[in-house]
Ligand binder design. Structure first.
Ligand SMILES: [Zn+2]
Length: 440
């Protein structure tokens, strides 16, 4: 579809008929990331207070919860009172579903189903005002890289199995001006067909899971294909932790910027990478904390509170990821706080014989150039087994350097065994996990 038509006709019509004022919000919120950081903090506390009051007066669940911990809603002391609120798990949301919904407003809503990777999907309801704000935040992020509403997108994503959903998703793809490659169907034949499709469609950007994009990029590089002609504005990765070796491979296959998006289906974008490579929290839409779980001094579980959701407020929602939130400033001009390290919900810690917990991200920091893939498995506190698929450019000297680096971080008491292998298969879940801990 012509991009002007997609933006000015299709998007405007869809937004109007859904009552989702994305264009209006985009104009209103564009300047917010560049406000001085104390103004951002003030705005957050104000929105936080409003969210708590709305939740207290309109939802039985939060009224009960706040009363239990003794919060005086008309005499709020923020952020201290806020910290007294127990965190909310996915199971709690599921169990109290109708009590979390605002009882006093009737609005048009959209339903979204979170992924069932944990075996238990959750339906979240968003009113159109909230979803418009969320989408405006998304386009504000994308605008940094020249991507606009209506621009053509190639998506590396799941494809529904049931015919009803296939048609629904096809219509959604058509309206959104995008094509998709099934993340579950990656083999020689599908990749050849998709490459031809891409060349004809000429997308402006890619969007997808880093593991899938990395697999595609590796295939492109191995075949010696050149997809520079696509002239992509950026490749946005989402849904999993983006490792450096994935970023490098994707970058060299498509010769464009690779940008990390951190979000979840329940809420939307939580943080987005800026031109300086920092993951800025979308502080006008969410309030993020990292609650120390005692695993490591500076890391903790990421707890999210939505700031623009009056219909079904999520307050101190634990999304199960682990990260570090930093107030350090960034030279890109955006004054939103930064997530300085992030590990996915599947991530774990390497445990040393002395009982130190080291985030598995250290492996990714260590194994950079020359390594196609790796998998580390820890079966006991004394031993770490690492399988590596090497590239031809990996020299023995570089490998020795990687080994020294790892010893520096993990110490000498843990024995590290290296094995070079031709390939590493995904595990039963289909995920390409890089670290597996078999110790409790
Ligand atoms: Zn920045």
């Amino acid at each position: 579809m012509n991009e002007w038509f997609a933006k000015q006709v299709v998007h405007r019509f869809v937004q109007f008929s859904r009552g989702e004022k994305i264009f209006n919000y985009l104009k209103k919120i564009n300047h917010i990331p560049y406000l001085p950081s104390d103004e951002v903090k003030e705005m957050q506390l104000k929105k936080l207070g409003k969210t708590l009051r709305i939740a207290y007066y309109n939802t039985p669940f939060y009224r009960r919860l706040f009363d239990e911990v003794g919060i005086e809603i008309e005499n709020l002391r923020l952020p201290d009172d806020f910290k007294a609120i127990p965190t909310l798990s996915k199971d709690m949301v599921r169990a109290n579903y109708s009590d979390i919904i605002n009882q006093n407003i009737r609005k048009r809503v959209s339903k979204e189903l979170t992924s069932g990777s944990s075996g238990n999907p959750l339906t979240v309801v968003k009113d159109r005002d909230k979803s418009a704000y969320g989408r405006a935040v998304m386009y504000r992020c994308y605008n940094q890289y020249g991507i606009e509403i209506g621009h053509k997108q190639a998506r590396f994503w799941g494809v529904p199995i049931s015919p009803k959903y296939i048609l629904k998703e096809k219509i959604k793809d058509e309206i959104a001006n995008r094509i998709r490659l099934s993340a579950f169907d990656i083999h020689e034949k599908s990749l050849i067909a998709f490459t031809t499709k891409l060349k004809n469609f000429k997308p402006r950007y890619f969007y997808g899971y880093p593991s899938v994009l990395h697999k595609y990029a590796t295939w492109i590089l191995e075949k010696g294909y050149d997809l520079k002609e696509l002239n992509l504005l950026a490749i946005i990765t989402t849904g999993e932790v983006l490792y450096n070796f994935q970023r490098e491979a994707i970058k060299s296959a498509f010769k464009c910027k690779v940008v990390n998006e951190y979000g979840c289906t329940e809420i939307g974008i939580l943080a987005f990478e800026c031109s300086e490579g920092n993951l800025h929290i979308m502080a006008d839409n969410v309030y993020l904390e990292s609650a120390n779980s005692g695993k490591s001094r500076n890391t903790g579980e990421i707890i999210v509170t939505e700031l623009n959701n009056e219909y079904n407020p999520l307050i101190r929602y634990n999304i199960g990821d682990i990260g570090t939130i930093s107030d350090s400033s960034c030279t890109c001009g955006i004054n939103f706080p930064v997530i300085s390290s992030l590990a996915g919900r599947d991530s774990t810690f390497i445990v040393t014989p002395e009982g130190r917990y080291i985030n598995d991200a250290i492996l990714e920091y260590t194994f950079a150039q020359g390594i196609k893939q790796f998998r580390a498995v820890q079966n006991s506190k004394n031993i770490l087994d690492i399988k590596i698929v090497r590239r031809s450019e990996l020299t023995d000297r570089t490998m020795e350097e990687y080994k020294r680096k790892l010893v520096k971080h993990l110490g000498t008491s843990i024995q590290i065994n290296y094995e070079f292998v031709p390939d590493i298969e995904p595990d039963e879940s289909g995920k390409l996990r890089y670290f597996i801990s078999n110790i409790a």
